[in-house]
Design a protein around this ligand. Sequence first.
Ligand SMILES: Cc1ncc(COP(=O)(O)O)c(C=O)c1O
Length: 400
Amino acid sequence: MPFLSDTLARVKPSPTIAISNKARDLAEQGRDIIALSAGEPDFDTPQNIKDAAKRAIDEGKTKYTNVDGTPQLKAAICAKFKRENGLDYKPSQVTVGTGGKQILYNALMATLNPGDEVIIPAPYWVSYPDMVYLAGGTPVPVECPAQTGYKLTPEQLEAAITPNTKWFIFNSPSNPTGAGYTRDELKALTDVLMRHPQVWVMTDDMYEHLVFDDFEFCTPAQVEPGLYDRTLTCNGVSKAYAMTGWRIGYAAGPEVLIKAMSKVQSQSTSNPSSISQWAATEALNGPQDYIVESRKEFQRRRDLVVKMLNEAPGVRCPVPEGAFYVYPTIGDCIGKTSATGISIANDEDFANALLEETGVAVVFGAAFGLSPAFRVSYATSDEVLVDACTRIQTFCKGLK
Ligand SMILES: Cc1ncc(COP(=O)(O)O)c(C=O)c1O
């Protein structure tokens, strides 16, 4: 009898974490490494949020809380949804977990049965398919190439839906492409969903605040109120307020689902850290200047990286609407050989050779379900970005 579960055999470890670890190992061996693989803002958590956490410690707010969040944090989340998304939720429709990751996991664990299908536009955030596997469901990836802006079309959505479809996972702006759906593009998708009442929408709005130029963020329940009763609107403080280590995510949706998610959490982790919950309450209720500042900074970096990557032979880098990633395609680099003789048969070879020869760590497209491409996270300084993009240009020039 095997010791490890059959379910686990279907799951792969996170490739983004694996690449970050490899880059760290090489750096520890003394190599000059630039990691463009991490998915977190390089800024510090704003001071008012840190102060709120310190106060929580000093005031002894260090005990268990309600499993799915304090009343104060739930009130702050309801106010956020009203203020920023025009959505009305009661505290009983809100749940708080240890990061956005746990929220999505709870929802899938609470709802999936064997045979249930989950539609996931590709390229996707690496964890979606594996979480679906862990919960016993079947991921249904749908490839959305650069030609359509890495966005799912209504025709593709219609074709992917079957009587077994339980969820459609929607992520805009997207990790890994930064693609953001306009209101019209999203409405075209929600029109399809209105014709299929068995399909629920799990919207991952983690990058809501990281949108550039005059792009207007919108979320499914806002664009199509008819979907309110079958939409789980997921969000968190990790990316919006540079709070990745604090581990607070949240969601709002129909009470029956929220209660089921809390049940999963009650028998696994219980409440997220009490101190982090007080910090997140301040993040949502307090001044929002950080969001405006970080958006400006990321937009400038996006422009820098897109320009420099498009100057690398064989690389085509679309301009994303949001998040802090770009996802260039590298079709013209495949089938070539690097300056030191490594053959590039696919995007994983490209990323490995790039790391080996130049010390730049990026994540290969296959990890996100759409090749040949790679993801760059530009959550680092201009100086580092210029150095990294120059090395990528040199590497591509060396391909024969
Ligand atoms: C699209 C997306 N969803 C969810 C998460 C998880 O966020 P958290 O750190 O709050 O668990 C991430 C983090 O990288 C993400 O990129």
